[in-house]
Design a protein around this ligand. Structure first.
Ligand SMILES: Cc1cc2nc3c(=O)[nH]c(=O)nc-3n(C[C@H](O)[C@H](O)[C@H](O)COP(=O)(O)OP(=O)(O)OC[C@H]3O[C@@H](n4cnc5c(N)ncnc54)[C@H](O)[C@@H]3O)c2cc1C
Length: 489
Protein backbone atom coordinates (compact mmCIF):
# COMPACT_ATOMS: atom_id res chain seq x y z
CA UNK A 1 0.00 0.00 0.00
CA UNK A 2 1.60 3.30 -0.99
CA UNK A 3 2.30 5.95 1.55
CA UNK A 4 0.95 9.35 0.54
CA UNK A 5 2.28 11.53 3.29
CA UNK A 6 0.34 14.60 2.34
CA UNK A 7 -1.00 14.06 5.83
CA UNK A 8 2.61 14.41 7.04
CA UNK A 9 3.28 11.16 8.77
CA UNK A 10 5.41 11.37 11.84
CA UNK A 11 8.46 9.18 12.11
CA UNK A 12 7.75 7.70 15.51
CA UNK A 13 8.72 4.57 13.96
CA UNK A 14 8.16 5.74 10.40
CA UNK A 15 4.81 4.30 9.39
CA UNK A 16 5.10 3.53 5.72
CA UNK A 17 2.29 1.55 4.17
CA UNK A 18 1.66 -1.48 6.33
CA UNK A 19 5.15 -1.57 7.82
CA UNK A 20 6.44 0.32 10.81
CA UNK A 21 10.00 1.43 10.44
CA UNK A 22 12.34 2.94 12.97
CA UNK A 23 15.43 4.90 12.07
CA UNK A 24 18.51 3.77 13.96
CA UNK A 25 20.91 6.73 13.93
CA UNK A 26 23.81 4.60 15.17
CA UNK A 27 23.45 2.14 12.31
CA UNK A 28 22.52 4.92 9.85
CA UNK A 29 19.67 2.80 8.60
CA UNK A 30 16.01 2.20 9.01
CA UNK A 31 14.74 -1.08 10.39
CA UNK A 32 11.31 -2.55 10.87
CA UNK A 33 10.32 -2.10 14.50
CA UNK A 34 6.95 -3.82 14.42
CA UNK A 35 5.58 -1.24 16.80
CA UNK A 36 4.29 2.29 16.55
CA UNK A 37 5.76 3.33 19.83
CA UNK A 38 9.30 4.08 18.67
CA UNK A 39 10.90 7.40 19.48
CA UNK A 40 10.16 10.48 17.39
CA UNK A 41 12.96 11.08 14.90
CA UNK A 42 11.72 13.45 12.25
CA UNK A 43 8.88 14.20 9.97
CA UNK A 44 8.57 12.75 6.54
CA UNK A 45 8.16 15.45 3.94
CA UNK A 46 4.92 15.79 2.05
CA UNK A 47 5.20 14.10 -1.33
CA UNK A 48 3.52 14.40 -4.70
CA UNK A 49 4.39 10.77 -5.41
CA UNK A 50 4.56 7.70 -3.19
CA UNK A 51 6.94 6.03 -0.79
CA UNK A 52 6.38 2.30 -0.66
CA UNK A 53 7.63 -0.55 1.51
CA UNK A 54 5.58 -3.47 0.27
CA UNK A 55 7.40 -6.76 -0.14
CA UNK A 56 7.23 -6.82 -3.94
CA UNK A 57 8.71 -3.33 -4.30
CA UNK A 58 11.52 -3.97 -1.81
CA UNK A 59 12.33 -7.34 -3.39
CA UNK A 60 12.50 -5.74 -6.86
CA UNK A 61 14.77 -2.98 -5.56
CA UNK A 62 17.03 -5.64 -3.96
CA UNK A 63 17.75 -7.19 -7.33
CA UNK A 64 18.96 -6.15 -10.77
CA UNK A 65 19.65 -7.59 -14.21
CA UNK A 66 22.71 -9.37 -12.79
CA UNK A 67 20.77 -11.34 -10.11
CA UNK A 68 24.04 -11.75 -8.23
CA UNK A 69 24.00 -9.05 -5.54
CA UNK A 70 21.00 -8.42 -3.26
CA UNK A 71 20.78 -5.46 -0.91
CA UNK A 72 17.46 -4.58 0.64
CA UNK A 73 16.38 -0.96 0.94
CA UNK A 74 13.90 0.06 3.55
CA UNK A 75 11.72 2.09 1.23
CA UNK A 76 11.30 2.95 -2.42
CA UNK A 77 10.38 6.44 -3.61
CA UNK A 78 8.31 6.81 -6.76
CA UNK A 79 8.62 10.56 -7.15
CA UNK A 80 5.66 12.51 -8.42
CA UNK A 81 7.92 15.51 -9.02
CA UNK A 82 11.49 16.72 -8.82
CA UNK A 83 10.40 18.36 -5.56
CA UNK A 84 9.93 14.86 -4.10
CA UNK A 85 13.51 13.96 -4.95
CA UNK A 86 14.75 17.16 -3.31
CA UNK A 87 12.63 16.54 -0.20
CA UNK A 88 13.61 12.90 0.26
CA UNK A 89 17.32 13.45 -0.45
CA UNK A 90 17.30 16.27 2.15
CA UNK A 91 15.51 13.98 4.56
CA UNK A 92 18.04 11.21 3.99
CA UNK A 93 20.90 13.68 4.20
CA UNK A 94 19.67 14.94 7.56
CA UNK A 95 19.47 11.38 8.86
CA UNK A 96 22.57 10.15 7.02
CA UNK A 97 20.63 7.49 5.16
CA UNK A 98 22.02 6.07 1.95
CA UNK A 99 20.21 6.75 -1.31
CA UNK A 100 20.44 5.14 -4.73
CA UNK A 101 18.60 6.26 -7.85
CA UNK A 102 17.44 3.39 -10.00
CA UNK A 103 16.50 3.75 -13.65
CA UNK A 104 15.68 0.40 -15.23
CA UNK A 105 17.79 -1.67 -12.81
CA UNK A 106 19.91 -3.08 -15.64
CA UNK A 107 23.18 -2.82 -13.78
CA UNK A 108 24.56 -6.30 -13.14
CA UNK A 109 26.39 -6.10 -9.80
CA UNK A 110 24.27 -4.23 -7.26
CA UNK A 111 25.27 -0.75 -8.44
CA UNK A 112 21.75 0.70 -7.92
CA UNK A 113 21.03 -1.16 -4.67
CA UNK A 114 21.27 0.17 -1.13
CA UNK A 115 21.11 -1.80 2.09
CA UNK A 116 18.79 -0.21 4.65
CA UNK A 117 18.40 3.02 2.68
CA UNK A 118 16.21 4.58 0.05
CA UNK A 119 15.91 3.64 -3.62
CA UNK A 120 14.55 6.38 -5.86
CA UNK A 121 12.89 4.88 -8.90
CA UNK A 122 13.20 7.49 -11.62
CA UNK A 123 10.73 5.87 -14.04
CA UNK A 124 8.04 8.34 -13.00
CA UNK A 125 10.22 11.26 -14.15
CA UNK A 126 9.93 10.46 -17.83
CA UNK A 127 8.58 13.54 -19.61
CA UNK A 128 10.01 14.11 -23.09
CA UNK A 129 10.06 17.59 -24.64
CA UNK A 130 9.95 20.31 -25.47
CA UNK A 131 12.51 20.61 -28.27
CA UNK A 132 15.03 23.39 -27.67
CA UNK A 133 15.61 26.45 -29.87
CA UNK A 134 16.41 25.52 -33.51
CA UNK A 135 15.39 21.95 -32.64
CA UNK A 136 18.97 21.03 -31.75
CA UNK A 137 18.14 19.72 -28.29
CA UNK A 138 15.37 18.03 -26.34
CA UNK A 139 14.68 18.13 -22.61
CA UNK A 140 13.89 14.72 -21.08
CA UNK A 141 13.24 13.33 -17.63
CA UNK A 142 15.98 11.09 -16.25
CA UNK A 143 13.61 8.13 -16.10
CA UNK A 144 12.72 8.25 -19.81
CA UNK A 145 13.88 5.20 -21.71
CA UNK A 146 15.94 5.66 -24.86
CA UNK A 147 13.26 3.86 -26.89
CA UNK A 148 10.80 6.59 -25.88
CA UNK A 149 13.30 9.36 -26.60
CA UNK A 150 14.03 7.87 -30.03
CA UNK A 151 10.36 7.57 -31.00
CA UNK A 152 9.54 11.09 -29.81
CA UNK A 153 12.44 12.74 -31.63
CA UNK A 154 12.20 10.68 -34.83
CA UNK A 155 8.65 12.04 -35.12
CA UNK A 156 10.37 15.42 -35.75
CA UNK A 157 12.99 13.96 -38.13
CA UNK A 158 15.58 14.20 -35.34
CA UNK A 159 17.52 11.79 -33.16
CA UNK A 160 20.11 11.64 -30.41
CA UNK A 161 23.33 10.72 -32.22
CA UNK A 162 24.37 7.74 -30.06
CA UNK A 163 22.38 4.77 -28.77
CA UNK A 164 23.12 1.77 -26.61
CA UNK A 165 22.38 -1.58 -28.24
CA UNK A 166 19.38 -2.07 -25.95
CA UNK A 167 16.94 0.84 -25.88
CA UNK A 168 15.00 0.04 -22.68
CA UNK A 169 17.62 1.65 -20.42
CA UNK A 170 16.94 4.95 -18.69
CA UNK A 171 18.56 8.20 -19.74
CA UNK A 172 19.80 8.78 -16.17
CA UNK A 173 21.18 5.23 -15.98
CA UNK A 174 23.28 5.44 -19.14
CA UNK A 175 24.41 9.03 -18.53
CA UNK A 176 25.73 7.80 -15.18
CA UNK A 177 27.98 5.26 -16.88
CA UNK A 178 28.77 6.68 -20.34
CA UNK A 179 26.51 5.15 -22.97
CA UNK A 180 28.58 3.54 -25.72
CA UNK A 181 27.34 2.28 -29.04
CA UNK A 182 28.28 1.68 -32.65
CA UNK A 183 27.96 5.42 -33.34
CA UNK A 184 30.55 6.30 -30.65
CA UNK A 185 33.42 6.37 -33.17
CA UNK A 186 31.52 9.17 -34.94
CA UNK A 187 29.85 11.07 -32.09
CA UNK A 188 31.44 10.05 -28.80
CA UNK A 189 29.43 8.48 -25.99
CA UNK A 190 25.93 9.52 -24.91
CA UNK A 191 27.55 11.59 -22.14
CA UNK A 192 29.40 13.60 -24.78
CA UNK A 193 26.08 14.72 -26.24
CA UNK A 194 24.47 16.43 -23.27
CA UNK A 195 23.90 20.19 -23.25
CA UNK A 196 22.61 20.49 -19.68
CA UNK A 197 21.73 18.38 -16.67
CA UNK A 198 19.17 19.00 -13.97
CA UNK A 199 20.33 17.30 -10.80
CA UNK A 200 19.65 17.00 -7.09
CA UNK A 201 22.93 16.92 -5.20
CA UNK A 202 23.63 14.65 -2.25
CA UNK A 203 22.97 17.67 -0.05
CA UNK A 204 19.48 17.95 -1.56
CA UNK A 205 20.04 21.04 -3.74
CA UNK A 206 18.40 21.26 -7.16
CA UNK A 207 21.00 22.55 -9.65
CA UNK A 208 21.08 23.10 -13.41
CA UNK A 209 24.56 22.45 -14.69
CA UNK A 210 26.27 22.51 -18.07
CA UNK A 211 29.77 22.96 -19.53
CA UNK A 212 29.51 26.66 -18.57
CA UNK A 213 27.25 26.59 -15.50
CA UNK A 214 28.60 24.72 -12.46
CA UNK A 215 30.93 22.83 -14.82
CA UNK A 216 32.60 20.98 -11.93
CA UNK A 217 29.25 19.41 -11.04
CA UNK A 218 28.36 18.73 -14.69
CA UNK A 219 31.63 16.88 -15.23
CA UNK A 220 31.30 15.02 -11.93
CA UNK A 221 27.83 13.72 -12.80
CA UNK A 222 28.32 12.58 -16.41
CA UNK A 223 29.74 9.05 -16.21
CA UNK A 224 30.03 9.78 -12.48
CA UNK A 225 28.30 6.58 -11.38
CA UNK A 226 25.75 8.47 -9.30
CA UNK A 227 28.32 9.63 -6.74
CA UNK A 228 27.61 13.37 -6.56
CA UNK A 229 23.99 13.91 -7.57
CA UNK A 230 20.77 12.32 -8.75
CA UNK A 231 20.08 13.24 -12.38
CA UNK A 232 16.43 14.27 -12.66
CA UNK A 233 16.52 15.66 -16.20
CA UNK A 234 18.83 16.14 -19.16
CA UNK A 235 18.91 18.30 -22.26
CA UNK A 236 20.17 16.06 -25.04
CA UNK A 237 21.75 17.13 -28.33
CA UNK A 238 19.93 16.09 -31.48
CA UNK A 239 20.97 15.55 -35.07
CA UNK A 240 18.95 14.81 -38.18
CA UNK A 241 17.60 11.27 -38.37
CA UNK A 242 17.86 9.09 -41.47
CA UNK A 243 14.69 7.50 -42.75
CA UNK A 244 16.31 4.18 -43.62
CA UNK A 245 19.72 2.57 -43.13
CA UNK A 246 21.73 -0.14 -44.88
CA UNK A 247 22.88 -2.78 -42.45
CA UNK A 248 25.79 -5.15 -43.17
CA UNK A 249 27.08 -8.26 -41.42
CA UNK A 250 30.57 -9.05 -42.76
CA UNK A 251 32.22 -12.37 -41.78
CA UNK A 252 35.95 -12.55 -41.03
CA UNK A 253 38.21 -15.57 -40.69
CA UNK A 254 40.80 -14.19 -38.31
CA UNK A 255 40.83 -11.84 -35.35
CA UNK A 256 43.67 -9.56 -36.45
CA UNK A 257 42.15 -8.74 -39.88
CA UNK A 258 38.74 -8.21 -38.26
CA UNK A 259 40.19 -5.75 -35.70
CA UNK A 260 42.28 -4.04 -38.35
CA UNK A 261 39.32 -3.41 -40.64
CA UNK A 262 37.27 -2.16 -37.69
CA UNK A 263 40.04 0.30 -36.87
CA UNK A 264 40.18 1.51 -40.49
CA UNK A 265 36.42 2.09 -40.48
CA UNK A 266 36.55 3.94 -37.15
CA UNK A 267 39.34 6.21 -38.36
CA UNK A 268 37.73 6.90 -41.74
CA UNK A 269 34.16 7.31 -40.47
CA UNK A 270 32.97 5.60 -43.65
CA UNK A 271 29.98 4.08 -41.81
CA UNK A 272 27.68 5.72 -39.26
CA UNK A 273 27.81 2.71 -36.97
CA UNK A 274 30.45 0.01 -36.44
CA UNK A 275 30.32 -2.89 -33.99
CA UNK A 276 31.31 -6.56 -34.12
CA UNK A 277 30.65 -9.92 -32.54
CA UNK A 278 32.65 -13.06 -31.88
CA UNK A 279 30.80 -16.37 -31.75
CA UNK A 280 31.70 -20.03 -31.36
CA UNK A 281 32.40 -22.37 -34.29
CA UNK A 282 31.10 -25.93 -34.48
CA UNK A 283 33.91 -27.06 -32.13
CA UNK A 284 32.95 -24.50 -29.50
CA UNK A 285 35.99 -22.28 -30.19
CA UNK A 286 35.33 -18.54 -30.29
CA UNK A 287 36.78 -17.92 -33.73
CA UNK A 288 33.86 -16.66 -35.82
CA UNK A 289 34.11 -12.89 -36.30
CA UNK A 290 31.32 -10.71 -37.69
CA UNK A 291 31.75 -7.02 -38.37
CA UNK A 292 28.47 -5.13 -38.15
CA UNK A 293 28.37 -1.84 -40.06
CA UNK A 294 25.55 0.53 -40.89
CA UNK A 295 25.32 3.42 -43.36
CA UNK A 296 22.57 5.97 -42.89
CA UNK A 297 20.55 6.90 -45.96
CA UNK A 298 18.85 10.21 -46.90
CA UNK A 299 18.40 12.83 -45.62
CA UNK A 300 21.55 12.22 -43.54
CA UNK A 301 23.76 10.60 -46.15
CA UNK A 302 23.65 9.63 -49.83
CA UNK A 303 21.83 6.48 -50.92
CA UNK A 304 24.21 3.72 -49.69
CA UNK A 305 26.48 2.34 -52.42
CA UNK A 306 27.89 -1.15 -51.72
CA UNK A 307 30.93 -0.66 -53.94
CA UNK A 308 31.96 2.49 -52.13
CA UNK A 309 31.15 1.25 -48.63
CA UNK A 310 32.84 -2.16 -48.86
CA UNK A 311 35.90 -1.11 -50.90
CA UNK A 312 39.15 -2.55 -49.56
CA UNK A 313 37.60 -4.51 -46.70
CA UNK A 314 39.04 -7.99 -46.20
CA UNK A 315 35.97 -9.90 -45.07
CA UNK A 316 34.98 -13.24 -46.52
CA UNK A 317 32.74 -12.13 -49.44
CA UNK A 318 30.76 -15.35 -49.54
CA UNK A 319 28.97 -14.82 -46.24
CA UNK A 320 27.92 -11.15 -46.44
CA UNK A 321 24.41 -10.33 -45.26
CA UNK A 322 22.83 -6.97 -45.94
CA UNK A 323 19.44 -5.38 -45.56
CA UNK A 324 17.76 -1.98 -45.76
CA UNK A 325 15.66 -1.08 -42.73
CA UNK A 326 13.71 1.81 -41.27
CA UNK A 327 15.93 3.75 -38.86
CA UNK A 328 13.97 2.91 -35.70
CA UNK A 329 13.89 -0.80 -36.56
CA UNK A 330 17.68 -0.68 -36.79
CA UNK A 331 17.99 1.08 -33.41
CA UNK A 332 15.64 -1.46 -31.85
CA UNK A 333 17.24 -4.40 -33.67
CA UNK A 334 17.80 -6.58 -30.58
CA UNK A 335 14.15 -6.36 -29.46
CA UNK A 336 13.13 -9.66 -31.16
CA UNK A 337 16.05 -11.51 -29.53
CA UNK A 338 15.14 -10.02 -26.13
CA UNK A 339 11.52 -11.11 -26.60
CA UNK A 340 12.69 -14.66 -27.43
CA UNK A 341 14.96 -14.76 -24.36
CA UNK A 342 12.08 -13.57 -22.16
CA UNK A 343 9.76 -16.15 -23.68
CA UNK A 344 12.31 -18.90 -22.93
CA UNK A 345 12.87 -17.66 -19.35
CA UNK A 346 16.52 -16.87 -20.14
CA UNK A 347 16.32 -13.08 -19.72
CA UNK A 348 16.14 -13.65 -15.95
CA UNK A 349 19.38 -15.66 -15.89
CA UNK A 350 22.28 -14.26 -13.83
CA UNK A 351 24.57 -11.93 -15.81
CA UNK A 352 28.16 -11.92 -14.58
CA UNK A 353 29.16 -9.53 -17.35
CA UNK A 354 32.69 -8.61 -18.31
CA UNK A 355 33.05 -5.19 -19.97
CA UNK A 356 36.54 -3.97 -20.76
CA UNK A 357 38.09 -1.05 -22.60
CA UNK A 358 41.36 -2.08 -24.21
CA UNK A 359 44.12 -0.09 -25.86
CA UNK A 360 44.08 -0.90 -29.59
CA UNK A 361 47.55 -2.44 -29.50
CA UNK A 362 46.61 -4.91 -26.73
CA UNK A 363 43.17 -5.83 -28.01
CA UNK A 364 44.14 -8.91 -30.02
CA UNK A 365 46.24 -10.38 -27.20
CA UNK A 366 43.79 -9.78 -24.36
CA UNK A 367 40.69 -10.81 -26.29
CA UNK A 368 42.44 -13.95 -27.61
CA UNK A 369 43.41 -14.97 -24.08
CA UNK A 370 39.87 -14.46 -22.75
CA UNK A 371 38.22 -16.09 -25.76
CA UNK A 372 40.52 -19.14 -25.63
CA UNK A 373 39.33 -19.74 -22.06
CA UNK A 374 35.66 -19.14 -22.88
CA UNK A 375 33.28 -22.05 -23.43
CA UNK A 376 29.83 -21.86 -25.03
CA UNK A 377 28.37 -23.09 -21.71
CA UNK A 378 29.99 -20.24 -19.80
CA UNK A 379 28.68 -17.68 -22.29
CA UNK A 380 25.21 -19.27 -22.21
CA UNK A 381 22.61 -17.36 -24.25
CA UNK A 382 24.87 -14.30 -24.19
CA UNK A 383 27.06 -12.55 -26.75
CA UNK A 384 30.64 -11.37 -27.17
CA UNK A 385 31.06 -7.85 -28.54
CA UNK A 386 34.24 -6.17 -29.83
CA UNK A 387 34.26 -2.76 -31.42
CA UNK A 388 36.45 0.30 -31.79
CA UNK A 389 35.83 3.77 -30.42
CA UNK A 390 37.68 6.92 -31.37
CA UNK A 391 39.25 8.60 -28.38
CA UNK A 392 39.28 12.07 -29.92
CA UNK A 393 35.47 12.01 -29.94
CA UNK A 394 35.29 11.43 -26.16
CA UNK A 395 35.21 14.56 -24.03
CA UNK A 396 33.80 13.41 -20.68
CA UNK A 397 36.54 13.31 -18.03
CA UNK A 398 35.02 10.51 -15.93
CA UNK A 399 34.45 8.15 -18.84
CA UNK A 400 37.81 6.50 -18.50
CA UNK A 401 39.30 5.03 -21.64
CA UNK A 402 42.80 3.77 -22.44
CA UNK A 403 45.31 6.32 -23.73
CA UNK A 404 45.17 5.17 -27.32
CA UNK A 405 43.74 6.77 -30.44
CA UNK A 406 41.47 3.80 -31.13
CA UNK A 407 40.59 1.77 -28.02
CA UNK A 408 38.18 -1.17 -28.24
CA UNK A 409 35.22 -2.17 -26.13
CA UNK A 410 35.40 -5.89 -25.41
CA UNK A 411 32.34 -7.33 -23.68
CA UNK A 412 31.63 -10.93 -22.69
CA UNK A 413 27.94 -10.72 -21.87
CA UNK A 414 27.44 -14.01 -20.06
CA UNK A 415 24.13 -15.46 -18.92
CA UNK A 416 23.99 -18.39 -16.51
CA UNK A 417 21.34 -19.99 -14.24
CA UNK A 418 20.95 -17.79 -11.15
CA UNK A 419 20.87 -20.67 -8.65
CA UNK A 420 24.25 -22.08 -9.78
CA UNK A 421 26.27 -19.92 -7.42
CA UNK A 422 29.51 -21.87 -7.80
CA UNK A 423 29.51 -21.19 -11.56
CA UNK A 424 28.72 -17.52 -10.91
CA UNK A 425 31.61 -17.29 -8.44
CA UNK A 426 33.96 -18.94 -10.93
CA UNK A 427 32.89 -16.50 -13.68
CA UNK A 428 33.32 -13.52 -11.36
CA UNK A 429 36.85 -14.74 -10.62
CA UNK A 430 37.46 -15.08 -14.38
CA UNK A 431 36.22 -11.50 -14.81
CA UNK A 432 38.67 -10.35 -12.19
CA UNK A 433 41.59 -12.12 -13.92
CA UNK A 434 40.61 -10.60 -17.26
CA UNK A 435 40.46 -7.16 -15.63
CA UNK A 436 43.94 -7.65 -14.18
CA UNK A 437 45.33 -8.61 -17.60
CA UNK A 438 43.59 -5.54 -19.01
CA UNK A 439 44.93 -3.21 -16.33
CA UNK A 440 48.44 -4.59 -16.91
CA UNK A 441 48.01 -3.60 -20.57
CA UNK A 442 46.87 -0.06 -19.57
CA UNK A 443 43.22 -0.79 -20.17
CA UNK A 444 40.34 -0.58 -17.72
CA UNK A 445 36.78 -1.71 -17.26
CA UNK A 446 33.65 -0.10 -18.67
CA UNK A 447 31.84 -0.01 -15.33
CA UNK A 448 28.48 -1.62 -16.12
CA UNK A 449 29.45 -5.23 -15.51
CA UNK A 450 30.37 -7.58 -12.68
CA UNK A 451 34.02 -7.30 -11.79
CA UNK A 452 34.96 -7.51 -8.09
CA UNK A 453 36.56 -4.09 -7.53
CA UNK A 454 38.23 -2.51 -4.48
CA UNK A 455 38.36 1.17 -3.54
CA UNK A 456 42.03 1.11 -4.59
CA UNK A 457 40.96 -0.25 -7.99
CA UNK A 458 38.57 2.68 -8.39
CA UNK A 459 41.39 5.15 -7.75
CA UNK A 460 43.44 3.43 -10.42
CA UNK A 461 40.44 3.40 -12.73
CA UNK A 462 39.78 7.14 -12.41
CA UNK A 463 43.51 7.94 -12.53
CA UNK A 464 44.15 11.64 -13.11
CA UNK A 465 40.40 12.36 -12.75
CA UNK A 466 40.31 10.97 -9.20
CA UNK A 467 41.18 14.19 -7.28
CA UNK A 468 38.40 16.12 -9.05
CA UNK A 469 35.85 13.37 -8.44
CA UNK A 470 36.85 13.14 -4.77
CA UNK A 471 36.63 16.91 -4.41
CA UNK A 472 33.19 17.04 -6.09
CA UNK A 473 32.02 14.22 -3.83
CA UNK A 474 33.12 16.21 -0.80
CA UNK A 475 31.37 19.36 -2.08
CA UNK A 476 28.13 17.93 -3.41
CA UNK A 477 27.58 14.82 -1.29
CA UNK A 478 29.35 15.84 1.92
CA UNK A 479 27.75 13.12 3.99
CA UNK A 480 28.49 10.42 1.44
CA UNK A 481 24.92 9.17 1.16
CA UNK A 482 24.75 8.60 -2.61
CA UNK A 483 25.06 5.27 -4.38
CA UNK A 484 27.14 3.11 -2.05
CA UNK A 485 26.53 0.10 -4.33
CA UNK A 486 29.34 1.25 -6.62
CA UNK A 487 31.83 0.77 -3.76
CA UNK A 488 33.90 3.82 -4.75
CA UNK A 489 34.05 5.87 -1.52
C1 LIG B 1 20.67 -5.74 -22.17
C2 LIG B 1 21.63 -4.62 -21.88
C3 LIG B 1 22.28 -3.99 -22.92
C4 LIG B 1 23.17 -2.95 -22.67
N1 LIG B 1 23.78 -2.34 -23.73
C5 LIG B 1 24.63 -1.32 -23.51
C6 LIG B 1 25.26 -0.64 -24.59
O1 LIG B 1 25.06 -0.99 -25.76
N2 LIG B 1 26.09 0.40 -24.30
C7 LIG B 1 26.30 0.82 -23.02
O2 LIG B 1 27.01 1.78 -22.83
N3 LIG B 1 25.73 0.17 -21.98
C8 LIG B 1 24.92 -0.88 -22.20
N4 LIG B 1 24.35 -1.52 -21.12
C9 LIG B 1 24.72 -1.11 -19.77
C10 LIG B 1 23.81 0.01 -19.31
O3 LIG B 1 24.07 1.19 -20.06
C11 LIG B 1 24.05 0.36 -17.82
O4 LIG B 1 23.96 -0.76 -17.02
C12 LIG B 1 23.05 1.42 -17.39
O5 LIG B 1 23.50 1.99 -16.18
C13 LIG B 1 21.69 0.80 -17.18
O6 LIG B 1 20.70 1.79 -17.13
P1 LIG B 1 19.55 1.63 -16.04
O7 LIG B 1 18.56 2.68 -16.31
O8 LIG B 1 19.05 0.24 -15.97
O9 LIG B 1 20.40 2.00 -14.74
P2 LIG B 1 20.39 1.33 -13.29
O10 LIG B 1 20.85 -0.09 -13.39
O11 LIG B 1 19.08 1.55 -12.68
O12 LIG B 1 21.51 2.19 -12.56
C14 LIG B 1 22.86 2.07 -12.92
C15 LIG B 1 23.73 2.98 -12.05
O13 LIG B 1 23.42 4.33 -12.35
C16 LIG B 1 22.89 4.99 -11.21
N5 LIG B 1 21.78 5.80 -11.68
C17 LIG B 1 20.65 5.38 -12.29
N6 LIG B 1 19.86 6.43 -12.57
C18 LIG B 1 20.50 7.53 -12.12
C19 LIG B 1 20.18 8.90 -12.09
N7 LIG B 1 19.02 9.36 -12.58
N8 LIG B 1 21.06 9.77 -11.53
C20 LIG B 1 22.23 9.32 -11.02
N9 LIG B 1 22.58 8.03 -11.00
C21 LIG B 1 21.73 7.13 -11.56
C22 LIG B 1 22.42 3.89 -10.28
O14 LIG B 1 22.40 4.28 -8.93
C23 LIG B 1 23.46 2.82 -10.55
O15 LIG B 1 24.63 3.08 -9.83
C24 LIG B 1 23.45 -2.56 -21.35
C25 LIG B 1 22.80 -3.21 -20.29
C26 LIG B 1 21.91 -4.23 -20.55
C27 LIG B 1 21.26 -4.94 -19.41
Amino acid sequence: MPHTPSRRAVLRGLTVGAAVIGFDPAARSWAATGSESGPDFAELPALDGTLVTDEASLAAASDDYGHIVHRRPVAVLRPGSVRDVVAMVRFCNTHRLSVAPRGQGHATFGQAQVQGGLVIETATLADIGPLGPDATTVAVGAGARWSEVAKATIAHGLTPPVFTDYLELSVGGTLSVGGLGGQTHRHGAQVDNVAELQVVTGAGEFVRCSPTRHPDLFHAVLAGLGQCAVIVGATLRLVRAPETVRHYLLPYDDLETFLDDQRTLAEEGRFDYVEGQVSADADGAFRVYTLEAVAYGPPVGPAPDDTVLLRGLRHNPSGVQQSDRPYYDFLDRIAPAVAALKEAGLWSHAHPWLNLLLPGGATATVTREVLDALTPDDLGPGVVLVYPILRERLTTPLLRTPRDAVPYLFAVLRATPPDDTSTIDRLLAANRSAYEATAAADGTQYPVGSIPFTRADWRTHFGSAWPRLASAKHTYDPRGILVPGQGIF
